[in-house]
Design a binder for this molecule. Sequence first.
Ligand SMILES: [Zn+2]
Length: 494
Amino acid sequence: MYQAETLKSLSVVFFFILLSCDTNHIKPTILIENVIIVDGQGNKPSKGSIRIKDDKIVAVGQIVASKSDSIINGRGWHVSPGFIDSHSHHDSGRAPTYEAALSQGITTIIIGQDGFSRFPIGTYLDTIQTHPEPINIASYTGHNTIRLKVMDDYKREANGTEIDSMKLLLKQEMEGGAIGLSTGLEYDPGIYSSTEEVIELSKELQAYGGRYISHMRSEDVGLEAAIEEIIKIGKEADVPVQISHFKLGRKGLWGKAQEFINRLNEARKEGVEITADVYPYEYWSSTMTVLFPKRDFDNIESARFALSELTTPEGMIISSFNADTTYEGKTLAEIADERNQDPAQTYLDLIAMSIETPGESIIAKSMTKEDIYTLLSWEHANLCSDGSPTGHPRGWGSFPRYFSEAKDIPIEERIIKMTSQAAQNIGIGNIGEIKPGYFADLVLFNPETLKDKATFNESSQPAEGIIQVWVSGKKVYDQGRLTGIKSGRVIRRG
Ligand SMILES: [Zn+2]
C-alpha cells in the first residue's frame, strides 16, 4: 500500500516533469546555438546562434540565451538556409511524402515545370494551404497544360482566337497564384507552337510580375537556336527568363560551355534578364521520343544520329516501359543484343511499341562533367534537381552531390548556388538567406560527410550528412526520418 502510494506520487512528479519539459516547446522563441552559420549571402562561415520566433528568423550571430528561448544544441554542425529547388518534380506520384527532397536539404520546390502544371493551379494551392505539406511549394503554370485546354488538334500553330483563349487561362492561373509561365517546347503540344505564340502569352506575365522558365525547344541539335529563341522571348515580352536544366547535350557542343555563357552575358548587356538552372549529372531523364525533334519515329537515320551524336546505346537506360516491363533497367545496347538487332532499329521498335502501349521513360548520358560545372559557375546560374521521388538518382542526390563534388569552390559560394541564387532567379523574397525577417527554413549538416548516395540502380537512397531540416521554424526531418510535421508554406507570386 505504502509502496503503491509512493509510486503514485512519483508518477505525479514524473508527469509534472514531462509537462514542464513540454512547456519548453511553447516558449516564445527557439535558439539554435553552437552552430557554424553559412548564411547564403556569401559571408565566410562563422560560429554563432540563430533565434527563431514563429516561422521567422529574428536574430543571428552572437546571441545570449534568454529565459524565453527553447534551446537546441547544434553541436558544432553547419547550418545554411534550406535549399531551393527551382526545377522540381517532387510532387509527382500518388501522395508524395517529399522525403526525396527533404532528405537532401531542400525546403522549397518549384513545380509546374516543362510546360505542365496542375489545373486550375489556384485550387491546388488552396488545398495545400489548408492541408500543408512538409515542404514549401510554388508553381509555374504550364504552357502545354493551357494549350491542351484550348486546342483539340494541337499539331499546328495556334490562331489568334486560340492565343486569346490561352491568355485568359494564363491570367486566371496567375491570379490563382502561379509564379509565371513554364514551357516545354521539346514536348507535345508545345513543340508545335510558334515563338510568337509564346511571346504573346509571356507579355501577359508583366502585369503580375511573373517570370518565364523554359525547357527549351532543343538541348542538343538545335541548342543555339533555342537559346536565341529564349533571348528573343525575354526581349520582346520584357520579362525575366530562365533556362531550365541548362545542358550541352550534343557531342559537337562539348567543351563550349564558356561560349554559351558569353552569349548569355551579351543578352544581359542588351537588357534581357536571363538566368539558368543546372543539375549535376551527365545523364538526363526524359522520354524516348525527345531525341526526335522532327517526330520522324520511323526514320532509321534519325535514330542513328541520336545514338551517335546525342547519346549511345550503352548510355541509354530504359527506366520505365509499360509495353514490356522486362526491358526496364536495361540499356538499349543490351535490349538490341537480346533481340539480335541493330540498336537503331531496336530504338525505333521500342518507340513504336510505346505508341501502342503508352508509358515510357529513359535515362541517357549526353553531357560532360566539365561543361556542367562550367555552366554552374556562371554567376546567374543556380543548382536544381529536376528530380522526382523515383527514376533518376537526381531526385535524392542533386544538392549533396554538387556540394561534395565542387569542394574546390568555397563553401559559402556553393551554398549561394543552392539557396539565394535560386531565390533571386525565381524572384521570391524572404527565403534563401539566414537573416532576421527571413523565413526559418534551415538545414543542419555535416560538411565533411555531406554526399549523395543515390545511384542508377538504387535511386531512392537518402544522402548522407543531412542532420536536421527546418521549414517555417519547425523540424520536419531529423537524423534520417521525416518527423511528420507539415509546416510547408504555399508561395504565390505577389
Ligand atoms: Zn525539362
